[in-house]
Design a protein around this ligand. Structure first.
Ligand code: SF4
Length: 445
């Protein structure tokens, strides 16, 4: 029986210390009752509370870990929509290789997977997993390829074969890598479950919604719960519908047979169709997304979307408020100022660099808000900017004494000047893309 918030509160320390992010233990208990928090967020929960609340406070979507220490996680979601709280663990991208491919091509793809990194808003984005598919008929070749992929790319694997004995062999070859076997159906579930359990892997269950529910219930009852669901669907519309309904059942109805992350392959043969389907999957609850090959343009697009969806809406991505040198600035260099919202910082600093100039960039504390939002909230004021410039030390060292403020807050230029005697305040462009022409027109020479 589900526990109410009041029942749960009786089991909490009742110190209202706020370390869980809630103002009171009761507020936290209400969140637990609504599956909008995890008991692990309270560092003082007693063993008794953990025992009683364990199942009640379990997230409706089970956490499944990958890698040798199972630190790469999917699942653990508690809401249907990101704005209700936040999504917890982003979907993982895997790039597929097949045992029917030429050795040189496989080596090239594995090296690309291993080395690919794109930096966006200060985060390094990489390929999370390697998918290895058996298309030939030699289990030993498949297992050897799995081992090679693991040793080369050092990523957990998505091992796929229609031949259970080949999957078992590959599972043994990469024991301890924390990979996933794809896929169990009613006929091979017991053999694959044994191989997954013995070698530290998870297991994907494949079929219709009904088939998958029957299998997950059976395996869980048998004591194996490291499961991911692969639904058989025929169209993009059905993919959207099935994923949405399954996740709704898990979160709103606490329906355990569907309370697992999802896995899906994108292999229509058409790059745009695959990309569109992968985008739907990112937005609608994808756990593992297997792409048919290494395509940097596709990857960066999907990763950017994933970053947007999985950013905690309650915690804007921020950079540390401080003084940043752009290029090799000297005392004579101009000084720019903007807010500590990551996207703003990276765009502005990039455009100053593109302008081919060196400058100082002062970032005041603006709680991660963009320029106009911070200004409207009273977090980006003339006095605040002046304080940040003084704290940076530039008030004493700068010889240029030239400060460029964003064009969107032209109205505070007088206030900045009043608070920074001796400085010339220039109103910069509204659009960071115009920084280069601004620098040439107003700061050159
Ligand atoms: S961290 Fe624990 S003790 Fe502190 S307020 Fe939250 S629930 Fe109460």
């Amino acid at each position: 029986m589900a526990l109410s918030g009041l029942d749960i509160q009786k089991l909490l320390p009742k110190t209202n210390c706020k370390e869980c992010g809630s103002n009171t233990c009761l507020a936290f208990a209400m969140k637990l009752a609504g599956k909008k928090a995890n008991l692990s967020e309270c560092p003082y929960a007693s063993d008794e509370a953990k025992g009683i609340l364990g199942a009640a406070s379990e997230p409706p979507v089970k956490s499944i870990g990958f890698g040798p220490e199972k630190k790469i996680k999917i699942g653990e979601e508690t809401v249907l929509y990101r704005h209700e709280k936040t999504f917890v663990n982003q979907g993982l991208f895997a790039v597929d290789i097949g045992d029917d491919e030429a050795e040189a091509k496989i080596d090239e793809t594995l090296a690309k997977i291993r080395d690919y990194v794109v930096v966006r808003v200060g985060k390094s984005l990489t390929v999370d997993m390697v998918s290895v598919t058996q298309r030939g008929s030699d289990p030993a070749r498949f297992a050897a390829l799995a081992k090679k992929a693991w040793e080369t790319a050092k990523r957990p694997l998505v091992l796929r074969s229609k031949d259970s004995s080949a999957l078992v062999l590959a599972a043994e070859a990469v024991k301890g890598s924390g990979s996933i076997l794809v896929a169990a159906t009613e006929s091979n579930a017991d053999a694959l479950r044994a191989a997954a359990e013995a070698n530290g892997h998870s297991l994907a269950l494949s079929g219709t919604v009904d088939e998958v529910c029957a299998l997950s219930s059976r395996l869980k009852a048998a004591g194996f719960n490291e499961l991911v669901l692969q639904f058989a669907t025929q169209s993009l519309a059905e993919q959207y519908q099935v994923n949405s309904l399954a996740r709704r059942m898990a979160i709103k109805e606490n329906y355990k047979p569907l309370g697992y992350p999802f896995l899906r392959y994108f292999e229509s043969g058409n790059l745009l169709e695959d990309s569109a389907a992968a985008m739907v999957e990112i937005c609608k609850y994808g756990g593992i997304l297997v792409l048919p090959g290494f395509d940097a343009a596709q990857l960066v697009t999907l990763m950017a979307l994933r970053l947007n969806i999985f950013t905690d809406p309650q915690k804007p991505i921020q950079v540390e408020p401080k003084l940043y040198p752009i290029g090799e600035p000297t005392a004579a260099s101009p000084v720019f100022v903007t807010t500590n919202f990551s996207l703003t910082y990276f765009i502005v600093s990039g455009e100053i660099e593109n302008a081919g100039t060196s400058a100082w960039l002062v970032i005041p504390e603006c709680e991660g808000m963009s320029v106009l939002t911070a200004w409207a909230a009273g977090k980006f004021t003339g006095a605040g900017i002046a304080k940040a410039v003084k704290e940076s030390g530039l008030d004493a060292t700068s010889e240029s004494k030239t400060l460029v403020i964003p064009g969107y807050v032209a109205q505070i230029s007088g206030e900045v000047e009043e608070n920074l005697p001796g400085w010339k305040v220039l109103v910069g462009p509204q659009d960071a893309g115009d920084i280069e022409s601004f620098v040439k027109a107003r700061l050159a020479g």
